[in-house]
Design a protein around this ligand. Sequence first.
Ligand code: SF4
Length: 345
Amino acid sequence: MQNYKEKVLEIKKQLKDKILIAAHHYQNQDIIDIADYVGDSYLLAKKASQQEKENIILCGVKFMAETAKILAKENQNVYIPDINAGCPLAKGVSIKDLQLVFDILKNKQNLDIVPVTYVNSYVDIKAFTGKYNGSCCTSSNAEKIIRYFLNQKKKIVFLPDFYLGKNSANKIGNIKTKAIFKKNEININLNDNNSDIDIFLWNSFCPIHQVYTPEDIYNFRDKYPGIKIVVHPESKVEVVNLSDYSGSTEYIYNLIKNSKPGSIWAIGTESTFVNRLKKENPDKKIFSLKESFCKNMQRINLENTYNLLESINNNKKNVNQIIIDEEDRYYGRIALENMIKIVEN
Ligand code: SF4
């Protein structure tokens, strides 16, 4: 009997001109092996939309598939092998709360304020960002997007990831930030004086990147003098400050790939990805700063990918297809295009 990998490869051959499989870096090796593209979330969505293939299979979590759908051409369908592959970070912001914060800061306090929204967010939040003429950002360009709006004398609501906002502000320096929430309650009041605040920070966090502590770094430095530490900027501020480098998944991938043979690394990001880096860089000594796996990413496997391909092959196009509201798509696209304009200028 054929295993799922053989079955996927066979059906992929049959559907050759019609499908494209894009896999996020945090996917298991099985999925990486059957993918046409591997990358971080934004790069994947962008690359997929530049293709002519009718069906895009996004092996990652749902907000990534939504981003691919926003950027896809009219005739392209986007699918995800498990529609329940969510993200607690993205889930940590609701339109209702966001509207409330904007009502106070923009409508009642008359602050010239825009949303800057990390791509790790759902489509309704990206659409809100587009409607208010803000911009999306990625972990590699957050600093540039923030600088752009601050240079225009605008204030920013940065969401949903608290630490990406705070770490980016720290890198710029001389930025006054304020946490929007206190003990999970919105802590922005009409009578507050917010005129000197530059960035208001949402309070959602990635549970995978929040686990690292200064002690993890001290332990590795004690044990391996000369070791280099690199972490994702969704990590805590004190961890980013103690590390040698911080940057996006793509940044970490290239940093390790281009580092000297024999170099020693402890990496603070998702462990499936770190395990792959170890395999692809046998000439370097690589450790996970601490084991931390994203269970949502791991919902995608060869079996559900095969089942999805089979339903596409049988013309059952409604199975696990990403459908988004036209208005959300329109405004979500504006938020993503604003990001591209700012970054490419
Ligand atoms: Fe969400 Fe964090 Fe998992 Fe990425 S690693 S999908 S941000 S929970």
